[in-house]
Design a protein around this ligand. Structure first.
Ligand code: G1P
Length: 299
């Protein structure tokens, strides 16, 4: 293990997916702009990356995803109107979306060729540095809920600085749900860590090597790009990030990190609703009133 690891300064957000599971809501709006309480999903992921020290956000976008670019850009008209109306709290909320020391880059994924292909589209911008990948569908809260405690990527960035190796966020998943995840197996390697010896994308329950499923947070070394370039299409005819990680593992160590916190699968309607209810309950201004409202419902 080396102790020369650099901090993670750049993160990739694959946001080109069509969001078919949320039609018709996603017919004309990106699924990443669906809102949990008062923020779009993508903003939760970007804030998590920023809190982990990342200052360059790379969005791998596609057609009809303009709203994401606009969201992380200056909104001149809105800001000057809020300023003129002396609405300073709202102005601060709008400006906080785009901190002055945060850079955003956008690259298009021209065809839906899979998560691995989306990550590869970011290679010319990332270059030869370690980077994070965040899937905005997975809304992750730290151990103390929304907005508090160390976020999941921050925990992983800390582990990366000690190990200097690629890391995958993992959680135990119900045995009948393994076919929704990349599944990893390997020996324990200290607190919350496992050295990955096997990784399989969406196995059938009888073929799963364990019940440890990959959540949508990765820290990867730039060597993954070489593996992705050579990666033939796998499950679903797509270039799978999981398959490229399996090849990377034969050349350098890859660890699974069992994060502290909670994951909401906002790619599913159930997960989206759970996140909405729980984050509303944790909201500093809405929480108490919403709790009282839920209590008086006849369920
Ligand atoms: C992707 C990955 C999978 C991972 C999952 C986490 O799948 O391919 O390995 O477990 O994200 O959310 P998707 O959910 O995009 O089908």
């Amino acid at each position: 293990m080396s102790s020369i690891s650099h901090p993670i300064r750049i993160a990739v957000f694959p946001v080109a997916g069509l969001g078919t599971r949320f039609l018709p809501a996603t017919k004309a709006s990106p699924k990443e702009m669906l809102t949990i309480v008062d923020k779009p999903l993508i903003q939760y992921a970007v804030e998590e990356a920023y809190a982990a020290g990342v200052r360059h956000m790379v969005f791998v976008t596609g057609r009809s995803k303009r709203a994401i670019e606009d969201h992380f850009d200056t909104a001149y008209e809105l800001e000057s109107e809020l300023e003129a109306a002396d609405k300073s709290e709202m102005l601060a909320t709008v400006r906080a979306v785009q901190p002055a020391d945060m850079d955003c880059s956008y690259v298009r994924q021209p065809r839906s060729l899979g998560l691995g292909h989306a990550v590869l589209c970011a290679a010319p911008i990332v270059g030869e540095q370690p980077f994070a990948v965040l899937l905005a569908d997975d809304l992750m809260t730290g151990p103390q809920g929304a907005g508090n405690g160390q976020g999941v990527l921050q925990q992983m960035a800390g582990a990366y600085q000690e190990l200097g190796c690629s890391l995958l966020a993992v959680q135990e998943v119900p045995p009948d749900q393994v076919q929704r995840y990349g599944i990893v197996a390997g020996p324990g390697a200290g607190q919350r860590l496992m050295r990955v010896e096997r990784i399989v994308e969406k196995p059938a329950p009888q073929d799963a090597p364990s019940h440890m499923g990959v959540a949508g947070r990765y820290v990867l070394t730039p060597r993954i790009f070489g593996e992705l370039r050579q990666q033939p299409p796998g499950a679903g005819g797509e270039i799978q990030l999981t398959d490229a990680i399996a090849r990377l593992m034969t050349k350098e160590a890859v660890y699974a990190y069992q994060y502290e916190g909670k994951r909401y699968d906002c790619g599913s309607k159930e997960g989206f609703l759970q996140a909405t209810v729980e984050l509303a309950l944790q909201h500093p201004k809405l929480g108490a009133g919403f709790r009282a409202y839920l209590r008086q419902l006849e369920l």
